[in-house]
Design a protein around this ligand. Structure first.
Ligand SMILES: Nc1ncnc2c1ncn2[C@@H]1O[C@H](COP(=O)(O)OP(=O)(O)OP(=O)(O)O)[C@@H](O)[C@H]1O
Ligand SMILES: Nc1ccn([C@H]2C[C@H](O)[C@@H](COP(=O)(O)O)O2)c(=O)n1
Length: 231
């Protein structure tokens, strides 16, 4: 990252991007809680949109159907890092958006430009004047390109598969090999879509978390935020 614009914590935007299972959610929540910032999980928004499509019988392989329907659900994202919550039409969907059915359909839904246009606008509105950690795939490149702190988290495919597999709910349990294949497929789709694919911003700080504990990663990101904001 270029040493540049110093900001106060009250207005800072910390953009955290990376592939599935690299630790974005846990790191972002930990950093936000430590620094007293808000937290936005943009992946949860794409998941909630996908959950609604599946619930309403939208064919999630048909981009036209997705585009026509994506303005209908009323999504509300909480920003409390200690209690992340997302509702669709008033229903708390924090748990059902984590099923493998949603996980395996979300890349197709999030590749549709109309979906991205609506959710990116909502994300920018929530970010507002800042004081927030935002995680996703295109935060540093598209949603908040002016963010003074940009982190791109990575980890080996093996580490990500083990981490992701270990946290599946009992009714979603599968083998590490299946989880690994699902992660590889999702990364490929998320990185190859035409509109704002998963990508590292030129001015992002790349952090490989393979051999780091969660606490070590949080410590490093907090240190970077202090460095960038002089706080
Ligand atoms: N550095 C780390 N060391 C060990 N486990 C970690 C580390 N970072 C995250 N984890 C664990 O890995 C799992 C996946 O992390 P997390 O959900 O934060 O990743 P993610 O990048 O947000 O994934 P996704 O994009 O698929 O939602 C969680 O169970 C988390 O506790
Ligand atoms: N900014 C974002 C965030 C997420 N997505 C899509 C692509 C992911 O596979 C999916 C779920 O995200 P996760 O909860 O695993 O972080 O949502 C995106 O396209 N852009």
């Amino acid at each position: 990252m270029e040493p540049s614009h110093h900001k106060s914590l009250a207005t800072v935007v910390v953009a955290i991007d990376g592939p599935s299972g690299s630790g974005k959610s846990s790191v972002s929540r930990g950093v936000a809680a430590r620094l007293g910032l808000r937290y936005l999980d943009t992946g949860a928004m794409y998941r909630a949109m996908t959950w609604w499509m599946l619930r309403h019988g939208v064919d999630v392989t048909d981009a036209g159907q997705i585009a026509a329907a994506c303005g209908k659900p009323n999504l509300e994202s909480g920003t409390d890092p200690d209690q992340p919550k997302i509702t669709v039409d008033g229903e708390d969907v924090s748990a059902p958006i984590r099923t493998r059915e949603v996980t395996n359909a979300v890349s197709a839904v999030s590749a549709v430009p109309e979906v991205r246009a609506r959710l990116v606008a909502m994300q920018r509105e929530i970010i507002g004047s800042g004081g927030i950690v935002v995680e996703g795939r295109d935060i540093g490149t598209v949603v908040a390109p002016e963010a003074p702190v940009k982190i791109f988290l990575t980890a080996s495919t093996e580490a990500r598969a083990w981490r992701r597999n270990a946290e599946l709910a009992p009714d979603q349990a599968t083998s590490v090999a299946v989880t690994r294949a699902e992660i590889v497929r999702r990364d490929r789709l998320d990185s190859s879509r035409a509109t704002s694919p998963l990508a590292m911003a030129d001015d992002a700080y790349e952090l490989d978390t393979t051999d780091l504990t969660l606490e070590q990663v949080i410590d490093r990101v907090v240190a970077l935020v202090h460095e960038r904001t002089c706080a």
